[in-house]
Ligand binder design. Structure first.
Ligand SMILES: [Fe+2]
Ligand SMILES: [Fe+2]
Length: 391
C-alpha cells in the first residue's frame, strides 16, 4: 500500500484512514472496553473480519487512532503558533496549553482523554522493552503486552518522582546558599535564582506527568523518608559533598533521558519531556562541572572523607532506587527479590557505570582524588580501576 505518485491514496489506504477516523470517533465517545471492533468496521463501511487485514487487534487500532489524533493536535499547534514547517517544542505546546487549549480539547477529544490519563483508556507502553529495568530477567518474557505497558508507566513514574524530590532538595540547597551570601548581587546568587526558576518549571511538569501516569505502586522505601529528611539538611551545609551529589543527580538523569529521547519507541509526549528537560539541564550540568574544581580546592577533613567514601555509596543508592521495589508488585512479581536481581543484570550495571563515569572523570580532573588510588566505592560505582580507567 503505497501512496501514488500524484498524491492520491490507494483503496487500501483509504480504507485504513476510514477505520482510523471511525476509531477516533468511537474511542473518544466511550471507554476502551465498551468499544467493539465490529462497530468501528460498520462505521467505516467494511466487514468486521476485514479490520484484521489492517490492524492486528483492537489495541493496535486504538494506538493508531491516538497517534493520528495527536498528529492532528500537533498540526493545530503548529498553525496556531505560526511555526511554518517547524515541529512545536514542548515549551511551545505548554504556551499553547495556557492560552488556546480549549479549542484543541473540543476538536481532539480522544488525545485529550489520553493526555488527561483517563482510566477507561488502555495503558500504553511508554518506554521500550530494552529500557525497562527487568528486560534481562527470565520472567520478563512471560509478561503480557498489557503488563509491560503497566510496568513501563510505573517505572517512569518512579523515576519522575525521584527527579521531583531531587529537585526539591537541590532548590533547598540553592536557597540556603542565597541566604548565607552577604552580597546578593553576586553572580552566583543570580545563577542560583535562575536555576531555581528552571527547576520549579521542571517540577511542575513532572507533577503533571505523574498525574497522567497514575502510578499505583506503593514504594516500600518511602517509610525511610524521615531518615533522609534528617540527613539532608546536614548535607546541605557541606558544600563540597553537596556539589558532588548534585553532579551525580545531573549526570544520571542526563544519560537516562538521552536513551529515552533517542529511542523511536518511547512515547512521543515522554520523549518531548525528556528532550526539553535534558536541554535545560545541559546548562546546569555544565555549571556543576565548571564550579567543581574551585569547590573541591580545599575541602575540610570531613568533606574530603564524605566525598571519597560516602558520596559514591549515596549515588549508588540513588541509582538503584530510581525504580523502586514496589513497582514490580504491579505486574505480580516479588518486590525486593526482583529489585535486587534487576540491579545486578549486565545492562543495568553497564548503565550505572556509563552514567557515573563522567562524575569520576570530573573528580579526577578537579584533583579531588589521591592520584592512582581511587577509593573502592567509586571504583565499584563506576566500574573503573584505581586510576579511573575503565575496567
Ligand atoms: Fe530539572
Ligand atoms: Fe537542574
Amino acid at each position: 500500500m503505497r501512496a501514488m505518485a500524484n498524491g492520491r491514496l490507494t483503496k487500501g489506504e483509504r480504507t485504513r484512514e476510514a477505520l482510523v477516523a471511525a476509531a477516533i470517533d468511537r474511542f473518544a465517545r466511550s471507554s476502551y472496553q465498551r468499544v467493539a471492533l465490529g462497530d468501528i468496521a460498520r462505521d467505516a463501511g467494511v466487514s468486521p473480519t476485514a479490520v484484521y487485514r489492517y490492524f492486528e487487534d483492537k489495541l493496535a487500532l486504538f494506538v493508531a487512532a491516538v497517534d493520528s489524533d495527536a498528529e492532528a493536535l500537533v498540526e493545530f499547534a503548529r498553525a496556531r503558533l505560526d511555526l511554518g514547517d517547524g515541529v512545536p517544542s514542548l515549551a511551545d505546546l505548554l504556551d499553547l496549553m495556557s492560552e488556546g487549549l480549549a479549542d484543541a480539547v473540543i476538536d481532539h477529544p480522544l488525545v485529550s482523554r489520553v493526555l488527561a490519563g483517563d482510566p477507561t483508556m488502555p495503558p500504553r507502553q511508554v518506554l521500550p522493552d530494552e529500557l525497562l529495568s527487568i528486560h534481562e530477567l527470565p520472567e520478563f518474557a512471560s509478561l503480557t503486552l498489557e503488563q509491560r505497558a503497566v510496568l513501563s508507566r510505573e517505572e517512569v513514574a518512579s523515576i519522575v518522582e525521584s527527579g521531583l524530590r531531587f529537585e526539591a532538595v537541590l532548590m533547598a540547597g540553592f536557597s540556603m546558599e542565597i541566604f548565607r551570601n552577604d552580597d546578593l548581587t553576586d553572580p552566583e546568587v543570580v545563577y542560583s535564582l535562575h536555576e531555581i526558576g528552571e527547576e520549579t518549571r521542571h517540577s511542575r511538569l513532572f507533577s503533571r506527568l505523574l498525574a497522567q501516569l497514575q502510578p499505583t505502586a506503593r514504594n516500600p522505601l518511602s517509610r525511610w523518608r524521615w531518615v533522609a529528611a534528617k540527613i539532608i539538611p546536614r548535607i546541605l551545609r557541606r558544600r563540597a559533598t553537596l556539589d558532588v551529589l548534585v553532579l551525580g543527580g545531573e549526570e544520571i538523569p542526563d544519560l537516562l533521558q538521552r536513551k529515552a529521547a533517542e529511542h523511536p519507541d518511547t512515547d512521543p509526549f515522554l520523549r518531548e519531556v525528556n528532550r526539553y528537560h535534558r536541554g535545560e539541564e545541559a546548562r546546569h550540568l555544565a555549571y556543576a562541572r565548571a564550579v567543581l574544581p574551585s569547590r573541591l580546592a580545599e575541602p575540610g577533613r570531613v568533606d574530603r572523607f564524605l566525598v571519597r567514601h560516602v558520596v559514591p555509596r549515596i549515588i549508588h543508592m540513588m541509582f538503584d532506587t530510581l525504580v523502586h521495589p514496589g513497582v514490580y508488585a504491579t505486574v505480580g512479581l516479588p518486590t525486593f527479590d526482583t529489585w535486587k536481581r534487576a540491579n545486578k543484570t549486565p545492562s543495568r550495571v553497564a548503565l550505572r557505570h556509563e552514567a557515573t563515569r563522567p562524575i569520576v572523570a570530573s573528580l579526577i580532573a578537579a584533583g579531588a582524588m589521591p592520584e592512582g588510588r581511587l577509593p573502592k566505592p567509586w571504583r565499584e560505582l563506576a566500574g573503573v580501576d584505581a586510576s579511573g580507567a575503565r575496567n
